[in-house]
Design a protein around this ligand. Structure first.
Ligand SMILES: Cc1cc2nc3c(=O)[nH]c(=O)nc-3n(C[C@H](O)[C@H](O)[C@H](O)COP(=O)(O)OP(=O)(O)OC[C@H]3O[C@@H](n4cnc5c(N)ncnc54)[C@H](O)[C@@H]3O)c2cc1C
Length: 407
């Protein structure tokens, strides 16, 4: 017989930046609300939040009118304000998206229009000479410049949120994986962990790479499923790190906006290159050979994945080539910065993207949230999810106001 570990008006599953931001937003809106956060790992920010590029995106890429566009533009403003308020360092170092030859110019101009429609501030199209003034080692025929894009350590942001919500009276239960959820006769949800259960009047789940499995615990839709993609980073050796001043990206492929290795300055002063994106054989497989049979079978047996793989095998092979061959990785970087050499790169770490895939084989592009009775599931919150976290939290808590208020 399992024992009760507590009860709450609102239980949040997952203590990544989204779960913490949601808990914080609910506590700010509803005085006296009892909030509990349940986290599988022994600490907060253990997965995507602690393994990303650290870019505060400005909202350049996203389809006008989409949640991503809206919440990223608002979210980046809110993120800088949050950092100011909590003494967290950031650097608005700016970003250039570079057309390396004439064939990419039309797409770059389209991106400029898109970003302008999204309300991204201070944008400019740079000529080749202007690009050299901003980034002397970068080669391109023209570029889009977004000076308001910056970098931060999202682990620090998540840490500040965790402190804030515990000071406001919320409990964060770490090492508490939710294994099942079921509705009690009074309508409350019983969240079962190994050590006991918690009863909550309303539940919001922000479970990252496990968001589909957690949604399935309450009968959530089978699609989309999460397909995990591993992204490898390299750090530039100190003698090469001054080749780039800020953030340098290629023009994205509209079908795969997250592909295309880039240079990312870190708030620590390091310069990173990457990440690429290859299929991960485990949802927490940060190393290339890590395999989890359930995870891999879950991916391969999903018809949505098989359709996706059939359509995109050429791109997948290109990405894999960059993953196994440092030479191919460097060649992609040299298109942007010809002076980069293989010996400038030191392997660092990887991140795993929680990318939702619909049953028809389409990547879910926008943020997606499912709402049923007194439960909200975050089903897709990839990049720029960290940048947008405060705005996503405001959006979710507003959408769920009836269920939280009723609590
Ligand atoms: C390689 C990479 C680069 C990125 N770069 C950027 C960037 O530069 N800028 C940007 O804005 N975004 C970026 N992102 C995206 C960003 O990191 C995510 O959008 C954001 O971290 C999502 O936060 P989350 O809280 O939803 O997920 P996570 O941080 O993954 O948190 C989910 C949490 O849920 C917990 N959990 C899962 N299942 C259970 C369970 N059953 N019970 C209890 N807890 C559970 C997990 O342990 C985890 O801690 C990047 C992502 C990756 C992977």
């Amino acid at each position: 017989m399992s024992s009760k570990i507590g009860s709450a008006d609102l239980a949040v599953v997952g203590a990544g930046i989204l779960g913490l931001a949601v808990a914080r937003e609910a506590l700010r809106r509803y005085e006296g609300l009892h909030v509990a956060v349940l986290e599988k790992e022994g600490k907060v920010a253990a997965h995507q939040t602690g393994h990303n590029s650290g870019v505060v995106h400005a909202g350049v890429y996203y389809a006008p009118g989409s949640l991503k566009a809206k919440l990223c533009v608002h979210g980046s403003r809110a993120m800088y304000a949050y950092c100011d308020e909590h003494g967290i360092s950031y650097d608005r170092c700016g970003k250039v998206v570079v057309a390396t030859d004439e064939s990419e110019v039309a797409r770059l101009e389209e991106l400029f229009l898109r970003a302008s429609q999204n309300g991204v501030p201070d944008l400019a199209l740079l000529t080749e000479e202007e690009l050299r003034e901003v980034e002397p080692s970068v080669r391109g025929v023209c570029a889009l410049h977004s000076p308001s894009t910056g970098v931060v350590d999202f682990r620090q942001v998540a840490g500040a949120m965790a402190r804030e919500i515990t000071e406001a009276g919320a409990a964060i239960h770490t090492s508490s994986a939710v294994e099942s959820m079921r509705r009690a006769p009074n309508g409350a949800i019983r969240l079962q962990t190994k050590t006991g259960f918690l009863e909550a009047r309303a539940v919001i789940t922000c479970a990252g790479v496990y968001s589909d499995r957690v949604a399935a615990m309450t009968g959530g839709a089978k699609s989309p499923r999460i397909v995990p993609f591993r992204g490898r980073y390299y750090a530039l050796e100190p003698e090469a790190s001054n080749l780039v001043r800020g953030l340098v990206y290629p023009v994205p492929d509209p079908a795969f906006p997250f592909l295309g290795v880039h240079f990312t300055k870190q708030i620590s002063g390091e310069m990173w290159a990457g990440p690429n994106a290859v299929l991960a054989f485990s949802r927490v497989g940060y190393r290339a050979r890590q395999l989890d049979v359930r995870d891999l079978w879950g991916t391969l047996s999903y018809s949505g994945f098989r359709t996706f793989a059939r359509r995109n095998w050429r791109t997948a092979i290109d990405e894999l080539r960059g993953d196994v061959s440092r030479r191919a990785f460097v060649a992609a970087l040299q298109r942007l910065v010809p002076a980069v050499r293989r010996e400038h790169l030191a392997g660092t770490h990887s991140g795993i993207r929680a990318q939702a895939l619909d049953s028809d084989g389409q990547l879910v592009d926008d943020f997606r949230f499912d709402h049923a009775e007194n439960i909200v599931h975050v089903r897709n919150a990839p990049s720029p999810g960290a940048t947008s976290s405060l705005a996503i939290a405001a959006h979710i808590v507003e959408t769920a106001r009836d269920i939280i208020h009723a609590a």
